[in-house]
Design a protein around this ligand. Structure first.
Ligand code: GUN
Length: 301
């Protein structure tokens, strides 16, 4: 392997330490801590494990954390009323509704009901607009794209004037990261291309990339010959391709995860590469903590 491994677990830990220090300082000075509520509807096992990790991390960095679990058959009206309650709760600075929601609930309506100044996911149209404008307008950059940018900056990868190619056009990753890379400033200033399922000759675009960000959700989509020698490859894909025995308890089976990039072969060509797991994944929760802290800091002025 010749590529430098971008270790999201280590970088994420470092940022969590920074956040913990800041929280303690604010508590001493102002007597308040950031408050985060996660709203989970139903019992989707993946959602339950994500929410548990979010709450555990919030606790660890010194936040007030609230896990609000609701039954799968909660009405849309009751869910909207619950969000309204937290919108007016002064001890809560971040509201996260775990997605996906059950089919009878209009996801858009729910996300739009969150106070944009507590929308730590950055999914509200007001925050999407703020991100598009850029600069000081940005309040809550969405967590996964923010994590990607942080990994790039902290690894010392130059993006100014670089060719950045984003594979995937989702509202959660592809569109916002492309937009962030386009803005002025550190970890940005790039020339950006987005490729997607309808793109002709995806490989040719990828071959030009100095920074290749892959968020397609297709295991092994990006082949080693698509990678420019020395490029920085960020693999956002988290695909469950099977099961394997747990490292801690060989009698227990855990998910076998694979990224969107053929990691082994790609790491012989790339200059920098993120592993799956342990790359972008841990950064998403870290950035959620950072956004919640930002929310309190905006309030304190
Ligand atoms: N479900 C999967 N990822 C996310 C996320 O980043 N935020 C929320 N709210 N739900 C999710």
């Amino acid at each position: 392997m010749s590529a430098k491994l971008i270790k999201g677990t280590e970088i994420g830990e470092q940022i969590l330490e920074e956040i913990t220090g800041e929280v303690a300082e604010i508590k001493k000075k102002h007597g308040v801590v950031p408050g985060l509520v996660t709203i989970l509807v139903g019992e989707n096992p993946a959602s339950m494990s994500y929410v548990t990790l979010k709450i555990k991390t919030a606790h660890r960095v010194g936040f007030k954390e609230v896990q609000d679990s609701q039954p799968a058959d909660i009405s849309e009206k009751d869910l909207l009323a619950l969000i309204e309650k937290y919108n007016h709760d002064d001890s809560i600075h971040g509201i996260l509704v775990q997605l996906p929601l059950p089919k009878h609930i209009d996801e858009k309506k729910v996300l739009n009901a969150i106070d944009p100044d507590k929308d730590v996911d950055g999914f509200h149209p007001v925050n999407v607009g703020r991100l598009m404008i850029g600069g000081n307008e940005v309040k809550f950059p969405p967590c996964t794209p923010a994590g990607i940018q942080e990994l790039i900056v902290r690894s010392g990868v130059e993006t100014r004037g670089a060719e950045v190619v984003v594979v995937g056009r989702s509202n959660i990753v592809g569109k916002p990261i492309a937009n962030m890379m386009l803005q002025k400033g550190k970890g940005a200033d790039a020339t950006v291309t987005i490729v997607h399922t309808q793109t002709r000759n995806m490989a040719e675009h990828c071959k030009r990339a100095d920074v290749l960000i892959v968020a397609a959700g297709v295991p092994g989509l990006v082949k080693p010959e698509w990678i420019k020698p020395g490029a920085c490859v960020i693999d956002v894909g988290v695909n469950r391709v099977g099961e394997k025995p747990s490292k801690n308890d060989p009698n227990k089976m855990v998910a076998l995860l694979k990224g969107d990039v053929d990691f082994e072969a790609a790491s012989e060509i790339a200059g920098f590469i993120t592993p799956v797991p342990g790359g972008v994944g841990p950064m998403t929760i870290t950035m959620l903590m950072r956004n919640t802290l930002r929310s309190l800091k905006f309030k304190l002025g």
